[in-house]
Design a protein around this ligand. Structure first.
Ligand SMILES: *[C@@H]1O[C@H](CO)[C@@H](O)[C@H](O)[C@H]1NC(C)=O
Length: 676
């Protein structure tokens, strides 16, 4: 009997293997897996997870930077563009590289992803990039799940993010707070109250409700801890440059000659015989390639200086600031066959050492290391540190924060976005206020310099207590670390991330079908006559907080002759598969008094006619509103952005001349004078 059962099981297994089709999945991110950047590294982790899962996947790697169109089964087949080769032993045999054919460097959009999906038959696309990188110009035509670092606390309807997020079927949020914010914003259907059934309407289902879950990056805690131990052991005997060279097999590049980073100096932080083994070392480590200084280098340096100045002379001698920053020009060597960036490449971030000197930090009290290191060295810095100072203005995930805690080092962060979720060993300092810069997409949290200095003092106190052998301080730290370790292993292991993704993929695929069904219902029914177009008027446009997919930029004096038909056409423009989608439609109009056509160009023929009604996709208006308010500037920008505007049929719009400010001036003046 048992034999029979197992035979049957074997048969079932055989049949299902024969029937099971390989699932074609595309992983899309900025560059190749081995180049610098957490997004590449994490997408690569996902590829390994998928490769070892029970499902048979064909995994395509698609970069968002231009690569000649084609399918390349091995890295050797990929047309070379100067991108550095994978390091020795780096596994890529489970990946097929797909060239996107985007040679114009244009913006990434849903239509571009759809075209690739059609060409290569992708069953599911997974993206990992900042939200606003992808223009939602048309609905996705295959299931798309976005792995998303949210850079704000909430997603407001007045944000560009709202429109982009709505287009995805699945959203894998990198933090629990991000998941809540995105669920609140786009996790339910848009409430189109057109059929009164209480069920989402066809329009509502067509636009969809994103399936959201928290799916973190993979943190392999044991690997990080092992790297840190190996790195520390090597740094006891060798300089940083020598260790890098030994680990990478590359020649020694001695760009950092700091005595603190050599094993045999009096100042050494790492040497086996160093007298500074118990010094309080504050590490600031991270990228410094952001014009907005989102990592908060500026405020961290200010906070450290306050803390340092509050110490006694003896305490200062046993305290050191170790800075390891990754500069923008280091990244360009990945695309330059690993060569040092040309002299003309300028850095983008903060001038860190200048900031330290300007604030009065004495030489010898800090080390600034601006070099790319082996992962073992990077991890060893974290383990050597007494605290990692990482109070950013925002984090979508904050890899650094998790890596520090993984080697048992506490962190000081900002109690904002992912940092609030992931600070388990250490202190999350409440931010002071918000910051908004002209043209910036997100508000940033302003780190509280005094609060951070206080947190440093508190950590310093704990450090001294532990150094004295204070049992309760040591037990408390150990308890925090143990709790962190358990939580990371449960939540961020490859297995956990894999299971969360599998579940989310399934939900995203159902959502894709639901949108497709909504579309079918929508097509088979009478086209709806409402909710497609929001009409706005005025010299300055109102701030978008509506869900109508189109916004009609209407001149003063506009009279629409058939609003219902206009809505129907606008809906069907959105569904126009096959032809290139368009984000702009001109609405031809006539003047009411003499029936003449409103010309496209204004007087003199050099600028657009302000009287021309123009229908623009609402998300585009939304994107413009970060930088402009005048309707006429929006119209010109819309045409500049959309090379291929559609044209509405004739007969929808009439314009009464000289309505509005200019026309009314004479009468208004008379009235005012009369009143006087
Ligand atoms: C962040 O602030 C919230 C609200 O004040 C608080 O409940 C939470 O405990 C803080 N988080 C951390 C990690 O300190």
């Amino acid at each position: 009997m048992r034999r029979l059962c197992s035979l049957a099981a074997l048969l079932v297994a055989l049949v299902s293997t024969a029937v099971a089709e390989r699932k074609r999945i595309a992983l899309m991110t900025a560059s190749f897996p081995w180049t610098f950047g957490p997004y590449q590294a994490q997408m690569y982790e996902l590829s390994l997870i998928l490769d070892s899962s029970g499902i048979e996947y064909d995994i395509s790697w698609v970069t968002t930077k231009p690569l000649r169109r084609g399918v390349y089964r091995t890295w050797e087949d990929v047309p070379k563009t100067g991108v550095v080769d994978p390091p020795e032993g780096f596994r890529v045999d489970h990946l097929t590289f797909v060239g996107n054919g985007w040679d114009d460097g244009g913006t990434l959009s849903a239509s571009r992803i759809n075209a690739l999906g059609r060409e290569h038959g992708f069953d599911h696309v997974v993206t990992l990039m900042d939200i606003t990188k992808c223009v939602p110009d048309e609905p996705f035509r295959q299931p798309v799940t976005a792995w998303i670092p949210l850079h704000s606390e909430t997603v407001r309807k007045t944000s560009v993010d709202y429109w982009v997020l709505r287009s995805y079927h699945g959203i894998a949020a990198l933090s629990p707070s991000g998941a809540r914010a995105m669920e609140d914003a786009v996790g339910a259907h848009v409430d189109y109250l057109d059929d009164g059934s209480g069920e989402p309407s066809a329009m509502g289902r067509m636009r969809g409700a994103a399936q959201v879950d928290f799916v973190p990056h993979v943190i392999n805690r044991r690997r990080i801890a092992k790297n840190a131990e190996d790195g520390l052991r090597m740094l006891e005997k060798r300089s940083v440059a020598e260790v890098d060279s030994a680990l990478s097999g590359q020649p020694i590049v001695d760009n950092i000659r700091e005595p603190t980073l050599r094993p045999d100096t009096d100042e050494s932080l790492f040497g086996r015989d160093s007298t500074r083994k118990d010094d309080f070392v504050v590490l600031i480590q991270g990228g410094n390639y952001d014009a907005e200084d989102r990592k908060g280098w500026d405020t961290s340096i200010q906070a450290y200086a306050r803390f340092y100045n509050s110490l006694s002379r003896e305490e200062r001698e046993e305290t050191h600031l170790l800075i390891h920053s990754f500069e923008s020009y280091l990244m360009s060597s990945d695309d330059n066959n690993n060569m040092d960036a040309p002299a003309a490449v300028m850095p983008i971030g903060l001038a860190i050492e200048l900031a330290l000197r300007d604030i009065g930090m004495p030489y010898g009290s800090y080390t600034v290391d601006i070099a790319q290191h082996d992962v073992a060295v990077v991890a060893a810095y974290k383990k050597r540190a007494s605290v990692c100072l990482h109070p950013s203005k925002v984090e979508g995930f904050g890899m650094n924060v998790l890596e520090c805690q993984s080697v048992g080092t506490p962190v000081i962060t900002t109690n904002y976005t992912a940092m609030a979720d992931f600070t388990k060993v250490g202190i999350a300092v409440p931010h002071r206020q918000m910051l908004r810069a002209p043209g910036a997409i997100y508000d940033l949290a302003l780190p509280d310099v005094e609060g951070i200095a206080d947190a440093l003092r508190e950590m310093h106190g704990t450090h001294l207590a532990m150094k004295r052998g204070d049992q309760s301080a040591m037990i408390r730290r150990q308890a925090d670390v143990t709790e962190f370790n358990g939580w990371v292993d449960r939540t961020m292991s490859p297995r956990s991330v894999g299971e969360r993704f599998e579940a989310l993929f399934a939900r995203a695929e159902l959502e894709f079908e639901s949108r497709a069904a909504g579309r079918l219902d929508f097509r088979s029914g009478r086209p709806p006559t409402v909710n497609a177009v929001r009409v706005v008027t005025g010299y300055h446009t109102p701030v978008v907080d509506w869900d109508e997919p189109w916004t009609l930029l209407a001149p003063d004096g506009l009279r629409l002759t058939n609003v219902e038909a206009m809505n129907s056409i606008a809906w069907s423009l959105l569904l126009d598969d096959g032809t290139a989608s368009s984000m702009v439609a001109i609405v031809p109009a006539r003047y009411l008094d003499d029936g003449s056509h409103v010309p496209a160009m204004g007087e003199g023929g050099r600028t657009m006619n302000d009287d021309l009604p123009m229908m623009v996709r609402t998300f585009m208006i939304k994107a413009f509103q970060g930088r402009m308010t005048r309707m006429k500037t929006m119209k010109v920008s819309a045409i500049t952005n959309e090379g291929n505007p559609k044209q509405f049929p004739d007969g929808f719009a009439l314009i009464e001349r000289n309505v509005g400010a200019v026309g009314g001036r004479r009468e208004l003046l008379d009235e005012l004078l009369d009143e006087l």
